[in-house]
Design a protein around this ligand. Structure first.
Ligand code: 2P0
Length: 328
């Protein structure tokens, strides 16, 4: 009745931005991401506790954090043939605070894998991805390593909306992602609220959905060919289009800070000098640079020269996995 799992975060190359169903977390469009190592979240779940207990990074979870975890555990209880009872859940991330990356994708992926295993359910990446999605949309892409595609699906119950692995961790080992932290502050508008506001008020939103859906198979093809330049260009235009769609909301939603622009405007110059480096940008100010192993040092130097406060170098990460050692 006790199991522990480890999962890595992911960064989308083609972003997810907007839900067609907020309760089930069903997206308007498909997205495609790379799972990242070395950062990870480890989670232990044990059913049969006296009451539900949720501990995240050493503190007792409250409010919506706790509700999101309990909802996922409730789904597992409903899927189990035996009465599981209340659960104790303990989760720890090894994310440097400076990463500026949300740990929720890795966290809900680890929780989904651990909770199903603790309930005695067999490993099943599709079921785990659907379960992780109920915690946080992007988490469905962290159940597996390498390059994963979250297929939007068509069904109202969400059973066809999950991530599939297109290329595993061994496909492109030279690929690098360099997180450049230009601002350590908490963002004002969380992704969940930002995407809702964008759908409701940005006239560009339908164009975003159509374009992002069309970019997914293009990105897949470029990854298959390991075409760094074309993939880098795709990443940049997809990030710009997501941010332009949000900037066109009313009132506008701007995640870029001065330091963000300071860095990303320099990438063109760097490329002219022969450094293959492109950016992507989530719902926050910190660019993530896409490059290769031969240029990750140059990419880090560029980020620091442009004012990055911290830099985290990442490599492709592997599948979420069950661990023998538990957190309690
Ligand atoms: C992504 N983001 O594809 C996009 C790009 C942020 C920008 O997925 O509401 O934490 O829990 O489904 O997954 C962040 O949103 O949002 C995200 P919910 P989530 O990675």
């Amino acid at each position: 009745m006790k199991a522990t799992a480890l999962a890595h975060p992911n960064i989308a190359l083609v972003k997810y931005w907007g839900k067609r169903d907020e309760a089930l977390i069903l997206p308007h469009q498909s997205s495609l991401s790379l799972t990242l190592s070395p950062m990870s979240v480890t989670t232990t779940v044990e059913f049969g506790a006296a009451s539900d207990q949720v501990e995240l990074n050493g503190h007792v979870a409250k409010g919506s954090e706790r509700e999101r975890v309990l909802r996922l555990l409730e789904t597992v209880r409903a899927q189990s043939r035996t009465a599981l009872g209340p659960a104790r859940m303990v989760s720890r991330g090894d994310f440097p605070m400076a990463a500026g990356l949300a740990s929720s994708a890795a966290g809900f992926a680890a929780l989904a894998v651990a909770a199903r295993a603790a309930a005695g359910l067999p490993r099943d990446t599709r079921a785990e991805s659907i379960l992780a999605r109920l915690g946080s949309g992007s988490a469905c892409r962290s159940v597996q390593g390498g390059f994963c595609e979250w297929q939007r699906g068509e069904r109202a119950d969400g059973e066809d909306s999950f991530a599939v692995q297109r290329f595993d961790v061994s496909h492109w080992p030279e690929l690098r992602m360099v997180v450049a932290v230009v601002d350590r502050g908490e963002k004002d508008v969380k992704s969940r609220d930002g995407m809702k506001h964008t759908i409701e008020t940005s006239p560009y939103y339908p164009a975003w959905v159509k374009d992002a859906e069309a970019e997914v198979p293009v990105a897949r093809e470029l990854i298959a060919r390991k075409d760094l330049q074309a993939l880098g260009e795709l990443c940049e235009r997809n990030a710009w289009r997501m941010h332009c769609t949000s900037l066109a909301a009313d009132p506008p939603l701007c995640y870029l800070e001065a330091g963000t622009l300071g860095l990303i405007q320099h990438l063109r110059e760097a490329r002219k000098k022969g450094v293959p480096v492109w950016f992507t940008l989530d719902a926050g100010p910190n660019p993530v640079l896409l490059t290769d192993a031969a240029h990750e040092v140059a990419a880090e130097a560029l980020a620091r020269a442009c004012g990055a406060l911290d830099v985290i170098r990442c490599v492709p990460g592997g599948d979420a996995e069950l661990k023998q050692e538990h957190l309690f």
